[in-house]
Write a protein that binds this ligand. Structure first.
Ligand SMILES: [Zn+2]
Length: 286
C-alpha cells in the first residue's frame, strides 16, 4: 500500500508546478538552517509542514539522522544536503503511511508520519531508506520508473542490513522469493520487461514492478560479486562521488555504472530488460 502511495505521489508531483513564493520561502528557511548544519555536518534540513510537539520533532530528527548515517555508510556521501519535510498522517496503524522524493534543487524528502510513532517503530520502517536511496541516483524519467523503483526497493534493505534488521541470508531469501513471486505478472512473451512494467503500472500493480524491478539489481549484484569482487553499494559509493551530479538520464547512469566497474554488466542487463521478452528476463530467477 505504501509503495502504491509512493508511486501515486511521484506521478502527482511530476505534474505539479511550484510557484515562486513557495520556493523563495523554502530557500530562505534552508539558508538559515544550512548555516547551522555546516558545523554539525548532518546534511539534513528540517521542515515541519504540520504542527508537531517538540518531543516528537526530536524523535523524527533522531530517526532520520540515524537513517541518513546508515545510507551514507552504505551508499557513500551524498553530494548535497537534503530538505526533509514532515507531514502529519491521520493513519495511526503504521509509523510512516507515505513517503516521496522531489529531485529538484532542494533535494526534498517528504514523510507522512504518525504523530504517536516511537523511535523504535520509525527506525524499523523501510520508507526513509527507500526515499533516501532514490536521491543517490538522478531522476531517470517515467519510462524507466521500473529501474528507479527497483533500485530503491533493492537498496533500502541493503541499508537495513547495516542497521541490523536483515542478515545477508534473510535479505537474499526475501528478495529472491518476492522476485520469483512476481514472475506470474511477466508472462506475455511479446512484451519486454520495460513494456510489461509500464502496463502493470497502468493497472496499479505497483508491488509487482517494485519487486520485479529489484531483480535487475539483484542480478547485477550477483555478477559484481562473481566477476569484480564488489557489491552494488560499492558501485554507488563511487557513483555518488564521480557522477551523481553529472548524469541526467537513464542511459548516462547505465554508462557511468559500467565505467566505474570497467565492464559491460549494466548495459548488457539494460539491453535484456528493455529489448528481450520479459519471460526470458524473469526465467533467470528460480
Ligand atoms: Zn519509490
Amino acid at each position: 500500500m505504501r509503495q502504491l502511495c509512493c508511486i501515486l505521489a511521484l506521478l502527482t508531483i511530476q505534474a505539479c508546478k511550484h510557484d515562486g513564493t513557495d520556493h523563495s520561502k523554502d530557500a530562505h528557511q534552508s539558508a538559515e538552517i544550512e548555516d547551522e548544519l555546516v558545523s554539525s555536518e548532518k546534511g539534513l534540513i528540517w521542515h515541519y509542514d504540520d504542527e508537531f510537539e517538540a518531543s516528537q520533532q526530536d524523535i523524527y530528527e533522531r530517526w532520520l539522522t540515524d537513517v541518513h548515517e546508515a545510507c551514507t555508510v552504505t551508499l557513500g556521501e551524498y553530494p548535497f544536503d537534503m530538505n526533509v519535510h514532515f507531514h502529519k498522517s491521520s493513519n495511526r496503524s503504521v509509523p510512516v503511511s507515505f513517503g516521496h522524493t522531489r529531485r529538484n534543487e532542494f533535494n526534498e524528502l517528504h514523510f507522512y508520519v504518525n504523530p504517536e510513532a516511537t523511535y523504535d517503530e520509525l527506525i524499523a520502517d523501510w520508507t526513509a531508506q527507500h526515499e533516501m536511496s532514490h536521491h543517490s541516483i538522478p531522476f531517470v524519467g517515467k519510462k524507466f520508473q521500473w529501474f528507479s523503483e527497483g533500485y530503491a526497493t533493492y537498496m533500502s534493505r541493503r541499508i537495513m542490513i547495516l542497521q541490523g534488521f536483515y542478515t545477508e541470508e534473510s535479505f537474499d531469501s526475501l528478495y529472491l522469493n518476492n522476485i520469483i513471486d512476481k514472475k506470474r505478472f511477466y508472462s506475455d512473451s511479446t512484451l519486454t520487461f520495460s513494456e510489461a512494467s509500464a502496463k502493470l503500472f497502468k493497472q496499479s500493480n505497483y508491488g509487482a514492478v517494485y519487486w520485479a524491478g529489484s531483480g535487475f539489481f539483484y542480478k547485477a549484484d550477483q555478477l559484481l560479486q562473481e566477476h569484480h569482487n564488489m557489491r552494488m553499494e560499492d558501485v554507488i559509493k563511487k557513483y555518488q562521488d564521480c557522477c551523481r551530479l553529472k548524469d541526467k538520464n537513464y542511459r548516462s547512469v547505465i554508462r557511468s555504472f559500467d565505467e566505474i566497474i570497467n565492464s559491460d554488466i549494466f548495459s548488457t542487463l539494460s539491453d535484456q530488460y528493455t529489448l528481450a521478452p520479459c519471460t526470458e528476463v524473469m526465467a533467470a530467477f528460480n
